[in-house]
Ligand binder design. Structure first.
Ligand code: URA
Length: 266
């Protein structure tokens, strides 16, 4: 590794967003070659050891790949029952982990990464980032069904948390409904629609937190941009703040996610 800006080094080590890394440096918690450094753009030399709060951190080549999963592909790293697994869709994908799951029959966005810290935060079952789905369902969806989906429906593993639900199109036989969830329970969208009597026929995830699928065909993949990675890091830090607030009994919000640094969709 050649010389690298200290904040870039810390972000590549998975320490946090550039903003958080800037703050850590400013607070005097970062040392380079044994000396505390408070200048965020300090150049880190190839052989210099960097510590945060006394712990050594290493910048590695972190990869973040966005995949638009086709039907029939399992979103795990290996599955003896599946024809194909998602890591096979990406060159050298076997070194990466899927952030969360989609059913084999569901299409849509899934991130593959080797940044374990970020992945774990984004996948938190209660406060994880928002996930936006579009469901094509059988039958007409009544206003009361939409309200029930919004407020919470009883599933066998408990009542669902409030969701954003929007009817996009409706005909006599079928409807398209957008659902935004923050929870991540197994087959949650399908089970929610089953509970209100309009089963899902097709399900697609069109957004994952601040990242949208615009321009990415089903089956295609691309590296996330620097701005998208930064937006995900901020969203993951909002998850950490929500957990801290929970400990202190404060109300929970994931405000950091609402203001992505930049997004391919507008
Ligand atoms: N909800 C589902 O029912 N399936 C998915 O794949 C994701 C969310």
């Amino acid at each position: 590794m050649s010389e690298m800006n200290l904040v870039v080094f810390l972000a590549r080590a998975g320490v946090g967003s550039r903003r958080t890394c800037d703050e850590l440096v400013g607070e005097g918690r970062v040392a380079v070659a044994g000396e505390v450094v408070t200048f965020p753009r300090h150049k880190v030399g190839a052989d210099e050891v960097v510590t945060v709060d006394g712990e050594v951190v290493e910048a590695k080549e972190l990869r973040y790949v966005l995949v638009n999963k086709p039907r029939g592909v399992a979103s795990t790293r290996s599955d003896p029952h599946a024809d194909r697994v998602i890591v096979e869709l990406v060159p050298n994908g076997r070194t990466l982990f899927p952030v969360g799951r989609l059913d084999v029959d569901t299409t849509g966005l899934i991130i593959l990464t080797n940044d374990g810290v970020l992945a774990n935060r984004l996948m938190h079952p209660r406060y994880g980032v928002s996930k936006t789905y579009v469901a094509r369902v059988r039958g007409k969806v009544s206003r009361s069904a939409l309200d029930a989906l919004r407020e919470g429906v009883q599933l066998e593993d408990g009542v669902t948390s409030p969701a954003e639900v929007r009817l996009e199109k409706q005909s006599n036989k079928t409807a398209l409904v957008e659902v935004v969830l923050r929870e991540g329970r197994k087959r949650q969208v399908r089970r929610m629609f089953d509970a209100v009597g309009t089963p899902v026929e097709e399900l697609h995830r069109r957004r994952f937190g601040p990242i949208g699928d615009k321009g990415l065909a089903i089956g295609a993949f691309r590296d996330l941009s620097g701005d998208e990675i930064e937006a995900l890091r901020r969203a993951s830090e909002a998850v950490v703040r929500a957990l801290d607030d929970e400990v202190e009994g404060e109300p929970l919000t994931l405000a950091g996610e609402a203001a992505p640094a930049s997004d391919s969709e507008s």
